[in-house]
Structure formats: C-alpha cells, structure tokens
Design a binder for this molecule. Structure first.
Ligand SMILES: Cc1ncc(COP(=O)(O)O)c(C=O)c1O
Length: 371
C-alpha cells in the first residue's frame, strides 16, 4: 500500500510541534472528566472491570447504545472496532480487483487507498469551490454512476472541507444509487458537529437499505484515544464477513475503551455542545484572519465538522507555506497534497484549545513576507 501521507505527516510533527493547527479531532477529554460524569452503575462496572478479551462484534450494551441513535438499526446490525480498521475491513470484504468505485475527493486517504490496493478502480467525485462555497455536482455523479458501479463512497460532513449537502441533495444522491442498486458507504465520523442542528442529515443506514454508515468517538466525542468506532448496516452476511476478518486485525476491542465509550454516549449532548463552542470560536478567528489578508488567504466557510480548507493565494506554493510555517514558527498546517488535492488549499483543525496563539504566529509571519 502507498504510505498514508497525512498520518506519516502527523507521525513526524504531531507530538513535537508547538502549534498544532490542523488536527481533525476536538480537544480530547480526560479520563477524569469522563468518570466524573458517569452514572453510578457504570462506575461500579469500571471498578470491577476485568481486562480480558471482549466479544468480537463489540460489547452488547455498547452496541445497543449505539443502535439507539439510529431509527432502523438494532445492536445486531453494529460492528465495533477502530474507525480506520473498519474502513479496511469493509473494503476488503466488499471489493474485488476490477470493481468500480466512485469516491468523494479530496478525502481521508484510506477512503481511496484501501479500494485501490485491492485492485478496484476508484473514480473521483470532486468537491469543488464554486463562488466561495464548497459544492458537489450531482450531474457529475449521474454521468459516472451505473450498473457497473460497485460502491459509492461519500463522507458527510466532509473532511477536509467541512462541506455538507442539503437534505434534498443527499436524497438525490441516495436516489441515484438506488436507481442502479449501488451500495453507499457514508463516512459519518463528523456527523453531530453541524453548526445548525437543523442541517443534520439522516444517517445513510436509516435513509437507504443498502447504506453503510461509519461513525465513532474520535471527532464528535473528543475521544480518539479510545479507538472506538462502528459500522451500522442492514447486511448480516457482510457484517459476519467483516467480523471474521477482524480475527486477523484486532480480534476484539479493549474492555476499558468499550466501557468508557458507553459512558461517553450517555453524555453526548454536553460533549457536543462543548466541542461546537470551541469550533465556533476558532472558526470565527480563522475567518477573521483570512478577511484581514484577502490577497493571501481566502476563507471557504465549513458548514459542519471540526476542519476547514481555506485557500492560500500568496507567492509560495501551499506546500512551501506549510514547510516554512512549521520550521520558522512552529505552526503545523496540512497542505492539500496530503488529501490528494491541489488548488492551494490547506486544512485548519478547529477543535482544539490554543488555536488563536497559532493564528497569531501565522499573522506575524504573513506580515513580514514580501508582497
Ligand atoms: C473522514 C475520516 N474517516 C475516518 C477517520 C479515521 O478515524 P480514526 O483515526 O479514529 O480511526 C478519520 C480520521 O481523521 C477521518 O477524518
């Protein structure tokens, strides 16, 4: 497989850079914060928890709590594992060499890479900046999709742009897939972080019987270190195949992570409110920085999620910009090339504390570069 460029970039910088301004997760919660809010029954379980192997599909109570957030899903329709692992398991169980896949682009690399490594042909369906807004062109999808399409891969809310289709656009995507009997895999890792709650889309697994939803605790719940995510789908045979393949990856999940995940689902509302408040403050500060330097930066407003993908319009390439900012100012941004994109874009991560101190370093640097 090709190296996962974004993850290799983070491996190099994430734990030694002063201002990490491109992380996609929200400021992590601490163990103490979770335990302080947990109900007594779960705290008792925590204190007596045995550190053994767990059920490979995922703890039944956790699966039931996950299923409760969907309208058509039961605990039996859920497979729990690390989100990244689930992308790997799903693609390996679903795709064969020569299969045709349509996938949103730019993208978190594994959404393309795993399919390509299997030998599938991945056709990119681009999210584009049109009149200062991110857009997907449904006519382009209509021209690409057909009975030969094995899988449509989307990611709403989208990383790295923060794009979110309207409910009508989402319904049109589902209708197109349905017309040709195409499965839809929707990466919903950022679902729940809509800035206007009324814009939240239904999960693909509730909207479409052949829809497969990926979600997890890494972004929306600020708990990436638990390594807990899930797939929700109406396909017991596919779920069983993925569970069997999981015997070759992790076998089962960590018992402490599963119990902490159960606690987190019980306090989802305040966690999301806290994360949205951090994102709102950082979003405003990032937009204001762009507005103060219109010749150099162009803001493209995200509608949901914890990332934004503005455009650099200055004299250097965006890769050079990022290299110079990290070496001269200790500020890490993620250039478009890490998402298989170009156009001078870079990713801001909006979910962390300390964001504005990093923006100040960027602004000081911008003010001293030659016009
Ligand atoms: C769109 C998307 N999908 C999946 C993942 C993988 O999540 P995790 O790192 O928790 O495995 C990420 C992580 O950044 C992501 O942004």
């Amino acid at each position: 497989m090709q190296p996962f460029q974004l993850e290799r970039y983070f491996a190099r910088y994430e734990f030694n850079v002063k201002h990490l301004l491109c992380a996609s997760d929200c400021e992590s919660l601490s163990l103490a914060e979770l335990l302080a809010q947990a109900p007594p029954a779960l705290l008792r379980r925590w204190e007596t928890l045995r550190l053994g192997y767990t059920e490979s599909q995922g703890d039944p109570d956790l699966r039931a709590a996950i299923a409760a957030a969907y309208t058509t899903i039961s605990g039996d329709d859920v497979l729990v594992a690390a989100p990244e692992e689930l992308i790997f398991l799903l693609m390996h169980c679903l795709l064969r060499p020569g299969d045709e896949v349509i996938a949103i682009a730019p993208a978190y690399q594994s959404l393309h890479e795993v399919a390509e490594e299997i030998g599938a042909t991945v056709r990119r369906w681009p999210v584009r900046a049109v009149d200062g807004q991110w857009r997907l062109d449904l006519d382009e999808l209509a021209a690409m999709i057909g009975v030969h399409t094995r899988l449509l891969v989307v990611n709403f809310p989208h990383n790295p742009t923060g794009y979110l289709p309207t409910a009508a656009e989402f319904a049109a995507i589902v209708a197109l897939a349905d017309r040709y009997g195409v499965r839809v895999f929707c990466d919903e890792m950022y679902r729940g972080l809509e800035y206007d709650a009324a814009e939240r889309l239904p999960s693909i697994c509730d909207a479409y019987p052949s829809g497969i939803a990926l979600s997890g605790l890494s972004k929306v719940h600020a708990l990436p270190g638990l390594r807990i995510g899930w797939l929700a789908l109406h396909d017991p045979a596919l779920l069983a195949a993925m569970q069997a393949l999981k015997d070759y990856t992790t076998i089962c999940n960590s018992a402490p992570s599963e119990l902490l995940a159960l606690m987190a689902l019980g306090m989802e509302e305040p966690i999301i409110a806290r994360n949205l408040a951090i994102i709102a403050g950082n979003r405003e500060a990032a937009a204001a920085l762009c507005a103060r330097h219109p010749a150099l930066l162009s803001w493209l407003a995200p509608r949901a999620g914890s990332v934004a993908f503005p455009q650099w319009r200055g004299p250097l390439s965006v890769d050079e910009l990022c290299e110079r900012l990290v070496s001269e100012e200790g500020v890490l941004l993620a250039p478009a090339s890490l998402f298989g994109a170009d156009g001078g874009h870079f990713r801001f991560g909006l979910g962390r504390h300390g964001f504005e101190a990093g923006l100040d370093r960027i602004e000081a640097w911008l003010e001293q570069i030659p016009a």
